[in-house]
Design a binder for this molecule. Sequence first.
Ligand code: DGL
Length: 280
Amino acid sequence: MHFSKITAGLKPMSNKPIGIFDSGLGGLTVLREIHRMMPGEDLVYFGDSRRAPYGTKSKETIIRFAFQDIRFLLEKDVRAVVIACNTVSSNALAEIIEEFDIPLIEVLTPGSEAGAKASANGRIGVIGTQATIGSNAYPEKIKKIRADAEVFQKSCPLFVPLVEEGKDLWNHRITELIAARYLSAFNGTDIDVLILGCTHYPLLYNVIQKTAGRGVRLIDSAQSVAARLGTLDGVGPHGTGEKGNISIYTSDSPEKFKPLCSEILGIDDVSVAQVDIEKY
Ligand code: DGL
């Protein structure tokens, strides 16, 4: 099917919200930072919980899902889209740029820059979904920023389901055992930085830090993403001084999604509505 290039509508930029999407809860770690740095902005979030995880899907499916997610956000008349998903950023960015004419921010470049800068010895670890690690996008990006870097990667496929399952598991012994097994891949590599190359992983921060050890600095790209968004031409803060609205949408049941959104954002009353994403 062919869709003509989709643009960001005609309303004045300043009245429009910022759109953010991910496969599920993970992108809320990015939304949280954007809301902290730009509290006056209206934000619209879409989490595709029904079809998560994205990280085990083919490139073709990831592209199709990402296009549908962005079409939904454009229907909400957003002024920019934040791809709060490393899997989409690493597998579908070129296709998204080709298809949509709207300011975009992805998470891979800010994370790579922060990791390259934070490492003293240039030995950098990256963890992410199978699709992100398989794309090799992080090593390629990091080496462009820092030619002397040596990058070590490991996919951690069980982390996303553990996060989506609910907060009881975020600090659980089971998660520690799984993390120990995954992170043993970095034994002997002498990394001093570990990039959390999936927006779900900051929700497992404590377990990952404990397992990686104190000598390894974890990089969560959310802050760099929010900072970059603020400086983007025509996109940066327009807030009127009032607190911005946060509207959250999910493709699955809001009953399960809503308490987890509240937990992540630290806001008691969040509005969460369901969307039939296959329509888009
Ligand atoms: N949180 C996303 C990422 O940053 C997607 C994880 C998934 O759905 O597999 O990669």
